[in-house]
Design a protein around this ligand. Structure first.
Ligand SMILES: NC(=O)c1ccc[n+]([C@@H]2O[C@H](COP(=O)([O-])OP(=O)(O)OC[C@H]3O[C@@H](n4cnc5c(N)ncnc54)[C@H](OP(=O)(O)O)[C@@H]3O)[C@@H](O)[C@H]2O)c1
Length: 251
């Protein structure tokens, strides 16, 4: 009988570094998969719905260093199954990318329009999800000589740099909680020589059928973030940094 589990992991070249990324079926997440695959990394490309992740599946078919895995960041069952499957795998870059992101117009509701359900889901996906992913895969990052934990945040959560207007309540609240978690984590990972960093990808055109004035394209944002991630040192541990030039964004 073919052992699918070991077959898939053997598809990796263990001389190359390994990325595990969440929410990688579209937009920024998918572009990260493409760029790290091109750099010959092993890529564990997770998505909550592998069966409908056509572009990701097609890319993985042509790139054996990419393995598509099911992972809903709110599902303990998914998280535990994946952590068990990869328990021996060193992870050099754990990239928390998945998020519940506001559609452009719905982001501009005033306090009276903020929905409790969406707010709860935003915390589940954008803050508690990354917490659980890091808990589950920290042993894998500890196996790396140069482990990095990167979470995608947003300037919407920065008191210093956000637009000074009522917008994106649920999203901004949940990303501020994410920032707090990663900042707290950085004191723990410092002792293990693991880097914990938040990155703002800039304003990126990822809303279907819409070009936001001033927004950049996904490829540009991800190209700059890949170079930035590569250049990070332990001096950057615990920082919230900008995709463009690595400058520190105020909380
Ligand atoms: N685009 C921007 O301008 C911008 C600005 C600042 C920050 N960011 C951050 O950058 C990251 C990527 O942004 P994006 O624009 O590419 O977002 P996006 O287009 O909304 O994609 C979000 C991704 O997260 C996945 N996801 C949602 N809920 C999930 C769950 N419970 N479990 C696993 N995956 C889940 C989605 O999967 P499905 O396809 O299954 O829904 C999708 O792959 C996010 O963290 C976002 O907050 C983006």
């Amino acid at each position: 009988m073919v052992n699918l589990l070991s077959f898939e992991i053997e598809a990796f070249d263990n001389k190359q570094p390994t990325l595990l990324i969440t929410g990688s079926n579209r937009n920024i997440g998918l572009e990260f998969v493409k760029q790290y695959s091109e750099k010959k990394w092993n890529v564990i490309a997770t998505t909550r719905k592998p069966e409908t992740s056509k572009e990701l599946n097609d890319f993985a078919k042509n790139n054996p260093n990419v393995v598509v895995e099911k992972l809903d960041v709110t599902s303990n069952k998914d998280i535990n199954a994946l952590a068990e499957k990869y328990s021996d795998q060193a992870i050099d870059l754990l990239l928390s990318n998945a998020a519940l992101t506001p559609r452009y117009k719905s982001g501009f509701k005033k306090i009276s329009g903020v929905e409790e359900d969406i707010t709860r889901q935003s915390f589940e996906i954008n803050a508690i999800g990354p917490l659980k992913i890091i808990q589950a895969f920290m042993p894998n990052v500890e196996k790396s000589k140069n482990g990095k934990i990167i979470a995608m945040s947003s300037k919407a959560s920065s008191f210093g740099e956000r637009l000074k207007m009522p917008m994106m309540y649920s999203y901004a609240m949940s990303k501020a909680a994410l920032n707090s978690m990663i900042y707290t984590l950085s004191f723990e990972t410092k002792r293990k020589n693991i880097l914990s960093v938040l990155i703002s990808p800039g304003m990126v055109n990822t809303t279907p059928g819409m070009k936001i004035p001033g927004a950049i394209e996904t490829e540009e944002s991800v190209t700059k973030m890949v170079a930035l991630i590569d250049s990070l040192t332990m001096d950057d541990n615990g920082k919230f940094i900008d995709y463009e030039d690595g400058r520190t964004i105020p909380w």
